[in-house]
Ligand binder design. Structure first.
Ligand code: PEP
Ligand code: MN
Length: 365
């Protein structure tokens, strides 16, 4: 794939993109842009004009009207601007108003017809385009989007890693699956990658930690949602931060050395993945114990013994078999499952005793 430098990304690290999730009013856009420009921690001003929303009836963006405000941002603060485009009409409108960079959102990358429509609208146009990962953890689909854009002549491309949707409840709004970003870097080493800490976290308290993880993985930049009054934001209120907080977050970042050939095997990259897996394991164990307590309730109601030896044997035998297929020793699997089983029994015993204690108290009344 023929790639040309994406703005000054190669020269300036981290490359910083900030601005509100959505443009709401002219005053809101101008206030955030002025604050960010004055602080000097932004290379590109982001703002959603057309918003893909999960349910109809939510705020779907101000539309082309907001493009006039972005033009004003550029004229008055000198900041370059970027908006999300999801179809050919959006592309034509954004180009008409002189938007500097386009981005394709996660809900669009997922659909090859939509990506192709955007690519066709951009044939013969030289504009930088950023592509967010698709909402599902599918690297090929993400790569396919870069290929579609590149085929029509777009050579200034960048990736935005915004995490992946998951049915499991986790601490993230969108699970990072760092291994997918790392594999993208391996497959397209010249493609800049920008971390969207806002949409991965979905909250304010983890933003800094995730931004640092992105720096530790040698991401080229960050895209963060900044709002003058985050609590009152019309979209993504929980994850937006004030310009002052943003300034502080950027100031606290520890920057590591540039990407080098050894990076993809570096201990840092591996550790980040291990931490991620440990988090997932703990989340799953928490969930499993919740079910154990529910089973405890059922057994109590139906007067069934806690320990079901037949069931325990089945679990253990099947786990040992599955462990073997995954290169885990029998001894390790037995130890692990025994610890989990013991905790499960402890939980169920707790549930039963709790009820007995309540019943005894009731009887005593
Ligand atoms: C956004 O950047 O506000 C947005 C809609 O993001 P995503 O496409 O990552 O959901
Ligand atoms: Mn958003």
């Amino acid at each position: 794939m023929e790639l040309k430098p994406f703005l000054e990304v190669q020269k300036k690290r981290p490359f910083l993109i900030a601005g509100p999730c959505s443009a709401e009013t002219e005053g809101q856009v101008m206030s955030i842009a002025r604050d960010l420009a004055a602080q000097g921690n932004v290379d590109l001003f982001r703002s959603g004009i057309w918003k893909p929303r999960t349910r109809p009836g939510m705020f779907e963006g101000v539309g082309s009207e907001g493009l006039r405000w972005l033009k004003r941002v550029k004229e008055e603060t000198g900041l370059r601007t970027t908006v999300e485009v999801a179809n050919a009409h959006h592309v034509y409108e954004a180009l008409k108003f002189g938007v500097d960079v386009l981005w394709i959102g996660a809900r669009t990358t997922v659909n090859p017809f939509s990506v192709q429509e955007i690519a066709d609208a951009l044939r013969g146009v030289d504009i930088p385009v950023m592509i967010k990962n698709p909402i599902n953890p599918d690297l090929e689909l993400w790569l396919g989007a870069f290929e579609r854009l590149n085929k029509v002549g777009i050579t200034r491309l960048a990736a935005i890693h915004r995490g992946f949707s998951s049915a499991a409840k986790t601490q993230y709004r969108n699970v990072p699956h760092w291994e997918i970003a790392i594999e993208l870097m391996r497959r397209l080493p010249n493609l800049p990658i920008i971390g969207d800490n806002s949409h991965i976290c979905g909250n304010r308290h983890m933003l800094e930690e995730v931004a640092q993880e992105m720096m530790d993985l040698n991401f080229d930049g960050l895209i963060t949602e900044v709002h003058c009054n985050p609590d009152e934001a019309w979209s993504d209120a929980k994850q937006q931060i004030t310009p002052d907080r943003y300034q502080e977050l950027i100031g606290n970042l520890v920057l590591r050395a540039e990407k080098d050939a050894g990076f993809l095997n570096s201990i840092e990259a591996l550790r980040v993945q291990i931490d991620q897996i440990d988090n997932e394991l703990l989340n799953l164990l928490g969930k499993r114990m919740g079910f154990a307590s529910e089973i405890g309730e059922y057994k109590k109601r139906n007067n069934i013994a806690i320990l079901q030896t037949g069931r325990w044997n089945e679990i253990l035998n099947s786990a040992v078999q599955k462990g073997r297929q995954r290169g885990l020793s029998d001894e390790f699997v037995i130890q692990l499952l025994t610890a989990i089983h013991q905790e499960s029994i402890r939980r169920q015993t707790l549930v039963m005793n709790e009820h007995e204690a309540t019943e005894a108290a009731m009887a005593a009344k």
